[in-house]
Design a protein around this ligand. Sequence first.
Ligand code: PLP
Length: 448
Amino acid sequence: SQIDTLSSEQVTNITRQTNYGTWRIQKTWKPMHVVDAEGCYFIDGAGKRYLDFSAQLMCVNLGHKNPKVVESIAQQARELPYMAPGYATTSRALLSQKLLEVLPPGLEKFFFATSGTEANEAAFKIARMVTGKTKIISRYRSYHGSTTSSISSTGDPRRWAMEPSGKGIGHIFAPETNCYKCPIKHTYPECGVACADYIEHMIANETDVAAIIVEPVVGTNGVLVPPPEYMPKLKAICEKYGVLFIADEVMTGWGRTGKWFCVDHWGVEPDILVTAKGITSAYVPLGLCATSKKIADFFEDNYFAHGHTYEAHPMTLGPAVATIEEMQRLNLVERAASLAPYVEEKLKALKAKHKSIGDVRGLGLFWGVELVKNRETKEPFNTMRDKVEGKPLVVDQIAAKMMGMGVAQQAWISHFVIAPPLIVTKEEIDFGINALDESLAIADALVE
Ligand code: PLP
């Protein structure tokens, strides 16, 4: 084993000095040395165990070190570690068959990349090639990835630092759907989902719109669950104007929301579905851009101008088959759905107890807890600007306290994203939520 070759301090220091810590001012980074991970836990260099309450980046859906997936990686390496994308491989065919089984109906042709952002880049290029149009509509509270088009479509402040010099062309923004804090100051249900009407107004008043991209439930930016009629209405608007509908299911796919894919909650069939993360439980890097028959037909006679050396990489495809088989064997989609009421009840009780909680919301094993300084005004403790300026955030202080208690919890600006591996038990959910409960005193003390 390599694990004992360096001390934890050496590992942290070498990493800190020689690598970039992403999405941060560098001097604030002190990465923890992790030596092992299994199931819902990971272990640091001192032997301390942490409950992985957000499945790392909401991606280790099977939990760590699932033996079948680990073995599939070894088997793929032994059998055929690499072939160029122009060749057909058995794992490629097997995964494609599995995808036809689990993806929403109507998605028939696949492009395999190695990340969510690359899969979104493929989606944008495809949408532009097929429609001959340029503009992509996305929403302000969103994250679509870090490469040029994906970050240009990202509404959240991760776009800001590169925007003056590097924003791609044709990316325009709509207000998000957020019934807790509506950006256009409407109230649901009286509004009749005016946020969708707003997008129709945009499309009608713009020329050259190729596609709209949405996270069906907004992930990092707050676990924003839309009202049931929003997504079907948006799809109908897209059909009316010939705009392609791209569902970014990088985070919401693979059982996270209690369905295989989040759009399945509303029976919406996207023209393009993008996913990554849970497709391999994040053990190996795979992204997928899945397209409709209509799009596939277009390219029968038109040049498909896209590709990568690592496209359809066998080392990613065999493990994806094993991941889907494990999800099916362990009934993890049903499990996420059946645990949702338990989590919801616990979080609602937490809200009743802590005046710093403004809202709790979610689906399946995907929950947001939003903190506010004042429940009446809904003013947050911190803003997006505080985040990019590297100011200490209240949510980060709470997450640090939870870490001390052995619970790793994702925090973002003024909310938490609770998204444990789908194998989580009720006892583990209790442990995680209790740590949040005890740590929220930090925010309660600051309520105005
Ligand atoms: N889209 C969504 C909704 C995401 O949550 C993410 C990552 O968090 C991405 C795209 C980008 O995926 P990746 O980090 O694999 O490039």
